[in-house]
Design a protein. Structure first.
Length: 313
């Protein structure tokens, strides 16, 4: 089985649903509230496991109740927790999420223990990284850990994907070792100054990234779809229309993309597979609980008559 290494965050998510997002200073009543295990690293690792691959997750949690719960949830999901750091120096990461009636979400993240992941922690797991075929990194952990992971991966011949989220954590140092960059609209604007209002804007941004040395990119455009770019070809992949319940899908997309690329599919095939998985994900509530299994994806594809050159091993 092909392994995929994920270096990213682990957060406890406090999710509330409401008809409309409150204005500043306003108190409003929610319709539902739930506490879930999340974080971009944990979400992507869960997607990898549910889609039939082994995830090597390198992350950090606090020595608190939320950290214990997180580790138990990951274990139940079939994720190896031996590479996750326990630190007494900070609390487990915490995210407050508000979802309005249009399924859009607004978040505040307190990263906590995620910032305690160091370059030395990554070096300590160098052998595990080298045994993988793909490295997926995100920016909700300390930059030094991300950079060290990418350096080790490049030295070992791994394909390196960077999901440059959150936008505030993006630096040129953090993306210089990436083979594939997969920003959303907000992150693209933060990095390029380009407002992605249409496909032409996305194409302009992808060409800008190429000038920076990142030849392959996917500009994620939410409910519209994604622009997939390589130096020799580009393609806009439309999103699959569904009734969305929760539009958080970036980690599912990145995990699915990594799975397909690990199988040897090209970037366009992998992006189409990630689009299919993402379409099913947004019909379900929860950044991690809503991630589908491979069997559910296959059933969805059959029901929608969708084709995908993806062969899980």
């Amino acid at each position: 089985m092909k392994k995929i290494c994920i270096v990213g965050s682990l957060n406890t998510d406090i999710v509330m649903q409401t008809k409309k997002f409150p204005t500043r200073g306003e108190n409003t009543v929610g319709q539902n509230a739930v506490v879930l295990s999340g974080g971009k690293g944990g979400n992507a690792a869960t997607a990898v496991c549910r889609l039939g691959k082994e995830a090597v997750l390198i992350s950090s949690v606090g020595m608190d109740y939320y950290g214990e719960t997180m580790l138990a949830d990951l274990t139940e999901s079939g994720i190896n927790i031996t590479h996750i750091k326990r630190t007494p120096l900070s609390h487990t990461g915490l995210t407050t999420i508000i979802i309005d009636e249009s399924a859009e979400r607004t978040m505040v993240v307190a990263p906590g223990a995620n910032m305690q992941l160091t370059a030395q922690d990554i070096t300590d797991h160098a052998l595990e990284i080298q045994q993988c075929s793909v490295l997926l990194v995100q920016l909700e952990v300390a930059e030094e850990a991300v950079i060290q992971a990418m350096k080790l991966a490049k030295e070992s011949g791994l394909l390196v994907i960077i999901d440059p989220a959150p936008a505030e954590g993006i630096t040129m140092q953090a993306i210089r070792y990436a083979d594939i960059l997969i920003p959303n609209e907000q992150e693209t604007k933060h990095m390029t100054g380009i407002e992605v209002a249409n496909v032409d804007d996305a194409l302009q941004a992808a060409k800008y990234f190429q000038l920076l040395g990142i030849e392959k990119s996917i500009i994620k455009m939410g409910h519209r779809g994604a622009l997939v770019y390589t130096p020799s070809k580009w393609q806009f992949i439309e999103a699959i229309p569904v009734d969305a319940v929760d539009t958080v899908v970036g980690d599912t997309f990145s995990g699915a993309l990594a799975c397909s690329l690990a199988e040897g599919n090209d970037l366009f095939q992998a992006a189409w597979f990630a689009t299919i998985v993402s379409a099913l994900k947004v019909t379900r509530l929860g950044p991690r609980d809503g991630i589908p299994t491979m069997a559910e994806v296959e059933a969805f594809m059959k029901a929608r008559n969708l084709q995908q050159p993806y062969l899980p091993s």
